[in-house]
Design a protein around this ligand. Sequence first.
Ligand code: ADP
Ligand code: MG
Length: 317
Amino acid sequence: MNEFSIIETYFNFTPSGDGVVFGVGDDAACVEIPDGQQLLISSDTLVAGVHFLNEWDAYDIAWKGLMVNISDIAAMGAVPKWFTLALTLPDNNVQWLERFSQGLQAASKHYGLSLIGGDTTRGPLCFTITIHGLAPKGCAVRRSGAAPDDSIWLSNNIGAAALAVRLLYDPNIDRVKEDFDVLMEKLLHPEPRADFMHVLRNCASAAIDISDGLSADLFHICEASRVGACIDESQLPVHPLVFKYCPDAVERALCGGDDYELCFTVPPQKVPLLASLLESSALKARKIGVIESFPGLRLKKLDNSIQELPTKGYQHF
Ligand code: ADP
Ligand code: MG
């Protein structure tokens, strides 16, 4: 199969959403931006051996690739609409392409997203998705809006995906098969929190998705907003299996990435609105701490002592 038959066979999907004037097949794609809306654009690259393992089912690799991109758009309170795929392949393995294409198509249908173009090249296995989303003018939620006394919220418990990675790489850790399956499901099939769009737009002063770990990502909000934060250990929702497998569960949950939950801040006067929106949309979020004016990240431990937290997550260089 050559480059063009690969594109035609595996990546020329029927668009799953609206707004596509024309997509795959021209030198550039064309989309319609509705009046009053702004375009939000984000890219994420997944590299074999870094973000996924070669032996994973290509269906899961594609699914995850699209989900981590959707998560960035969701963190801005925007709606994902269109994406491009720049795919680098070591060879034209049709079984792999078939599975990758099926996973990508299933993930795009699940979120009503359209694949509108890309690039196909030969080289070490990796791919970049560039995703485009929409939000009403001025409504996108940024990292820079947090202020002292805002409360800090998490959309779900954390730590499961990082524990999956740990078990994957360390065969010496004893594990129950059912637990490992639950954890791998979290790692392979993250569900971006697009369901928090109204909550973020109406209540959040700042938001971020947790891709590098809560400490590192909350610190990005702190830096952008020129504030600090204190997390309350007694309120931190850690996945129950992290407690089962790690004596240092809280530290691991704070530092482990790949959860794709949302961390957001809410000004005191918006907390009642947040409570009512969560209730009416049957969503759960947990208050985990407070924004403070003093820079840095702190953890209020169970004995009320304060511990400084490391602010670095996974770094490529
Ligand atoms: P050009 O040479 O002008 O860059 P290409 O030959 O690379 O165009 O691509 C032909 C068409 O196929 C373009 O519309 C491009 O967007 C699309 N395309 C290429 N690779 C992919 C891919 N992996 N997924 C989706 N569309 C793709
Ligand atoms: Mg061209």
